[in-house]
Design a protein around this ligand. Structure first.
Ligand SMILES: Nc1ncnc2c1ncn2[C@@H]1O[C@H](COP(=O)(O)OP(=O)(O)OP(=O)(O)O)[C@@H](O)[C@H]1O
Length: 323
């Protein structure tokens, strides 16, 4: 079923907010559409969307009235969720357990008889004892920041040699962690693993990152797209509200195009998106726009425009003039 866009179908009403620099403003945002909050730096976008609206799910708010109930509200900001060195793309997407079980089954065929936990690099008997499965060791410098050096025992593979002898299609588990997402799809498909989260990731143009890359090494924009992918692949059904903070930051024009295709498809499926966004290619694709301004700080916090995208493109605001 494909949902019809109707900006008159209200998701949330904001009444007289004075959060930070916001000047007692009221507005509403539609359900089942893409709404974009834009405006110059410091105009109050985060105060409105990330604080006033998003935080109303955590506490009662006199200012926020939800007109539509969503199954879930998923807020994805620029903040990194974890600095955990052991969080990899594969573990973050919940696909690593399946890989480990596959290798454990293969080891039995080859009479090694390893268990899935032997293929863990976080614990167990299979990981390299020198680096505890990190593949790197930290070199402590007196005057400089600590440096990470490739582990001299496992040479970065994270595992003991006996674990690396188990191969599928000629690849060890360490080789599989070295696959890019794009390469891993073929391996997953051939071996009956769930490759849906990987194909979804390629739609957000992250097909180039590797399964074994640490999530702490991703940029803010990459991390948001990874979190979006994980959230979508874990969700059953639709009718979710997604709040994203400049998701296309750092993306090339062509990447933005593909990313927006994914977002538009998710809206067709019945989801609602609120973005903070400056990217003109994205703003053009919005159904509904709110521009805050006219400037930052105390000189901001007013509504310059709030309504459908069509009339907005005819105006001469600081944003619409470039559309
Ligand atoms: N916790 C806070 N307490 C007091 N003032 C705040 C707080 N957070 C933000 N502000 C102020 O409110 C104003 C709007 O900030 P906000 O972060 O909402 O702007 P923004 O439009 O999202 O900016 P940017 O595009 O630079 O992220 C700024 O003047 C900011 O200094």
């Amino acid at each position: 079923m494909s949902y019809k866009r109707d900006t008159k179908q209200i998701a949330v009403k904001v009444k007289n907010t004075k959060m930070h620099n916001l000047k007692n403003i009221s507005l509403s945002l539609p359900a089942n559409c893409l709404s974009i909050i834009t405006g110059v730096s410091g105009s109050g976008k985060s105060s409105l969307l990330l604080q006033e609206i998003a935080e109303s799910q955590l506490q009662d708010s006199k200012v926020i009235e939800w007109e539509k109930s969503f199954k879930d509200m998923i807020i994805i900001t620029q903040k990194r969720p974890t600095r955990n060195k052991r969080s990899l793309i594969a573990t973050y997407l919940d696909v690593f357990d399946e890989i480990r079980s596959l290798f454990a089954r293969e080891s039995k065929k080859e009479n090694f008889s390893f268990s899935a936990s032997d293929f863990s690099f976080n614990a167990g008997n299979g990981r390299c004892p020198n680096c505890q499965g990190l593949g790197v060791i930290e070199s402590h410098q007196l005057f400089f920041e600590n440096m990470e050096l490739t582990c001299p025992v496992c040479h970065g593979s994270r595992y003991k040699d006996k674990i690396l002898k188990v191969k599928i299609d000629g690849y060890s588990i360490s080789d599989v962690l070295g696959f890019s997402i794009q390469e891993a799809i073929g391996f997953f498909a051939r071996n009956g693993l769930n490759y849906k989260p990987l194909t979804l990731l390629t739609k957000t143009n992250l097909g180039y990152i590797s399964l074994g890359q640490g999530t702490n090494s991703l940029s803010g924009g990459e991390m948001q797209r990874l979190r979006l992918t994980r959230t979508i692949s874990q969700q059953k059904g639709n009718h979710h509200l997604f709040i994203l903070d400049e998701p296309t930051i750092g993306m090339h024009k062509i990447d933005v195009f593909h990313f927006m295709e994914l977002i538009q498809n998710l809206i067709e499926d019945g989801n609602t998106f609120f973005f903070i966004e400056h990217n003109l290619d994205v703003i053009k694709q919005a159904d509904y726009v709110v521009e805050l301004g006219p400037s930052g700080g105390n000189d901001g916090g007013e509504i310059i425009y709030s309504g459908e995208i069509g009339p907005f493109t005819q105006l001469n605001t600081k944003t619409s003039i470039y559309l």
